[in-house]
Design a protein around this ligand. Structure first.
Ligand code: ADP
Ligand code: ZN
Ligand code: ZN
Length: 751
């Protein structure tokens, strides 16, 4: 008998099956070997290669070698089909997809070493920010590179040397000099290994559902009973009781002996979230899958699921691949969150994978959000997804009051600090009343955008309506979609002011200002840096809550689903941070973030207040966030998407090229573009093809990056076109250039 084997490799040429003879002693139960891991002789290699049996057949036309060793079996035909689906949809190797489904750690050669190696060297400031700025001004730091490096860390916080190389055009030598001169130092950051210390948790009983909850629950239950695939969107404001519905649906599945998968965004997978499930179902039934667990811990959790001991899986994106038995339900909470889209090969979208799995299993897929993804809501409007609305907060606490402060006016009044007079007064009031405040800094990525501080003017692309991004290496502003570029500005074309700023502000700086303004207040900072350095995310939040710290300062991390009854004020320092990213989802992300951050205020008895500071008070995403009106936001946004032809009215495919050889990458990107153009013209394929241009981050780790953007309707024709393009690419026999395809990226800067 012959086994078809897929070799474990990310080499594109090996993305096919190879025939091997099955050792005779295995022939009896051959079909059961589908999914088994094997070692096989391959080509002229001296060592055996790892692979997976994906099919068994009687005969082959080739002369074949025999499988050397048959090892464990973790996969089955379902998983193999899923891997094939992802491979086809996202243009990656089947073996890369199979890896997602294996027990954690099995594909790593030296698991032990990697687990041990858990601390990383970061570079941090050794001197006070103001002292450093003064030194720069006084010419004590002279080298451009040193200044850039210091400024980058001031703006963005602690960084890896590789970050500094990538974003600040710095080097280890520059960092070492700055260390020697007392400006910087290396610190070790420990990466949390055991964030889930399960304490004794009181059991809770299920709540009596409100009328709206009950209705949603009943409809989904019916669908579970019918054993048909359908997709639901539970659309309800924060606190409207979505989680309670999830809990009761999972309970129903459990009673019927079925498993459930609940996906939550990476960042909100805190013990607080998990505790709610443990308190309802007990520890034994639940497995948690999370990238912060050590490999050993993840391996244990995986086995708990694989052996059928745990029927409830809670996890981030990759938990969708958990080896559940008798799956009855998949729920994706905060379905709009961009962490569901992978930015590493395989670049899959967990929502899409969930849909495939639910269809295969004839079970419902439940999405939940207070601010649904535009694409999801569009589908709901078209009745491809069933919309279930929760319009009221379950515990009838009131939604907070939202106020918008125009920072242009603040500046006109001479207030150059990050905190407006209005916000200052409110913080002061809160300090007096012993209430807590959250200050949220809306900062995404490292891209720098340019804005007039006086009138809020930003430079946009004439063709794409996307903010241009500052490229320091060429001192130019560029559009990352079509390649349009402009010289940098010194004077605002709108108001003539010279107050042009290159934006990207840091939490460290904010904390410093707060301390200066309120010397007697206690503050705690939460961002990527502090979370890795001293405490975990959870410890910081516990500390904030238990020690009644006055002010929590943070980035995105403070946004997600925590419950702080004593927080009555939320201040958004500059809402523009996500508005001005060069992404067509900029408005959507801004609206989502502002709505969520506003949801942190007034979760207790007292009504909450939210103050949003912005240079763009008239922007509709800010206006709609102020009114907390999703529907209004959706209507405006969808009209714009339609007009400019962005998703959901098309799919976006980015073909990315990266190479150490600048000339080669440029040539190949253009050759591929020409190939595509010819195909499109000849065959009259209905896509919009943009020319090859440098990527938003056009050099990473000494690799030059180019890309081609395509707008299309994803179909078998497009799949064929892209696959043909890949084949064309592999014909070039170039040495350096790598090609990556991303389908509907959530982060437009990823390639
Ligand atoms: P969401 O997931 O939409 O943010 P939750 O399920 O967390 O909402 O509910 C918010 C709060 O309301 C929680 O404290 C929860 O215990 C409470 N709650 C939810 N449903 C009910 C209900 N039917 N009766 C009373 N309280 C409820
Ligand atoms: Zn453009
Ligand atoms: Zn201006």
């Amino acid at each position: 008998m012959i086994a078809e084997v897929i070799i474990q490799s990310n080499v594109k040429n090996l993305n096919k099956t190879f025939d091997y003879k099955l050792p005779e002693e295995y022939e009896k139960n051959a079909l059961e070997l589908i999914g088994a891991r094997v070692l096989v002789p391959f080509g002229r290699m001296k060592t055996l290669e790892e692979g997976y049996i994906v099919n068994i057949k009687e005969a082959t036309e080739y002369e074949v070698k025999e499988i050397a060793k048959i090892a464990e079996k973790y996969l089955n035909i379902e998983k193999i089909n899923l891997a094939k689906y992802i491979s086809k949809r996202y243009f990656c190797n089947v073996s890369d997809c199979l890896k997602l489904m294996l027990p954690p750690g099995t594909t790593r050669k030296n698991v032990k070493d990697r687990v041990k190696d858990k601390s990383i060297n970061f570079v941090t400031l050794k001197k006070d920010v103001l002292d450093i700025e003064e030194d720069i001004e006084n010419g004590n730091v002279k080298s451009e590179k040193q200044i850039r490096t210091l400024k980058f860390i001031i703006e963005n916080g602690d960084a890896l040397v590789s970050d500094l190389e990538m974003f600040a055009d710095s080097s280890r030598a520059v960092v070492n000099t700055l260390c020697k001169n007392g400006y910087l130092e290396y610190i070790e950051k420990k990466i949390e290994r055991n964030p889930f210390e399960f304490k004794d948790i009181k059991r809770t009983k299920k709540l009596v559902l409100t009328e709206e909850q009950q209705k949603a629950y009943n409809i989904i239950c019916d669908s579970m009973d019918d054993m048909l695939f359908s997709e639901f969107l539970i659309f309800g404001v924060t606190g409207s009781g979505k989680t309670e519905i999830y809990l009761q649906l999972i309970e129903k599945a459990l009673k019927e002996g079925k498993s459930s998968i609940l996906l939550v965004p990476e960042i909100s997978l805190t013990p607080q979230t998990v505790d709610r499930f443990i308190s309802r179902f007990g520890k034994e039934e639940i497995a948690v899958l999370h990238s912060k667990l050590s490999i050993g811990e993840r391996y244990d959790e995986w086995n708990k699921i694989n052996e059928g001991r745990a029927k409830i899986v809670i996890g981030a994106r990759s938990a969708i691949f958990a080896p559940t038995k008798n799956l009855g339900l998949v729920i994706i909470d905060e379905e709009h969150d961009s962490s569901y889209k992978s930015e590493m090969t395989p670049r899959y979208d967990a929502k899409d994978v969930a849909r495939y799995i639910c269809k295969e299993n004839n079970i419902p897929l439940v999405l939940g959000s207070a601010t649904p993804d535009i694409d999801t809501y569009y589908k709901a409007k078209k009745e491809e997804i069933m919309l279930l609305e929760l319009t009221k907060r379950a515990n009838s606490s009131e939604l907070p009051e939202v106020e918008v402060i125009d920072l242009r006016e603040e500046l006109a009044k001479g207030n150059k600090s990050m905190i407006s007079t209005r916000l200052y007064t409110e913080i002061e009031k809160n300090l007096k009343n012993k209430k807590q405040t959250i200050l949220y800094l809306n900062r995404r990525g490292f891209a720098t955008f340019v804005m007039c501080r006086k009138c809020g003017y930003t430079v946009k692309c004439k063709n794409c309506d996307i903010n241009l991004t500052y490229h320091s290496s060429q001192n130019k502003l560029k559009c990352h979609y079509c390649g349009y570029e402009e010289k940098i500005l010194k004077i605002c074309p709108e108001c003539g002011s010279t107050q042009i700023r290159y934006f990207g502000t840091g939490t460290q700086k904010l904390e410093y200002e707060v301390k200066k303004l309120f010397p007697n207040s206690t503050t705690i900072r939460m961002d990527i840096d502090t979370v890795n350095k001293k405490n975990s995310h959870e410890q910081i939040l516990e500390k904030f809550k238990n020690e009644n710290i006055d002010i929590l300062i943070g980035t995105q991390m403070v946004v997600k689903g925590h419950h702080f009854p004593n927080v009555t004020l939320v201040g958004v320092i500059a809402a523009d941070g996500s508005l001005n990213i060069d992404d067509f989802r900029a408005n959507e992300k801004t609206f989502q973030i502002l709505t969520q951050v506003a949801g942190r205020a007034g979760r207790g008895e007292d009504k909450g207040r939210v103050i949003i500071q912005t240079y763009n008070p008239d922007n509709f995403s800010i206006e709609c966030a102020k009114k907390q009106n999703y529907e209004l936001f959706y209507n405006t946004e969808i009209a714009m998407r339609k007009q400019l032809k962005y998703p959901p009215f098309c799919d976006i495919i980015i073909i990315g090229f990266a190479s150490k050889n600048e000339e080669e990458v440029y040539k190949i990107a253009n050759k591929i573009h020409l190939y595509l153009k010819n195909r499109v013209l000849k065959e009259n394929i209905g896509i919009i093809l943009y020319k090859a241009i440098p990527s938003p981050i056009d050099k990473i780790k000494n690799k030059y990056r180019w890309r081609i953007l395509i707008k299309c309707k994803f179909s078998d024709d497009i799949i064929k076109l892209i696959n043909d393009t890949l084949e064309e690419f592999y014909k070039y026999k170039q040495k350096e250039t790598r090609l990556t395809v991303d389908v509907n990226p959530h982060n437009m800067m990823s390639l």
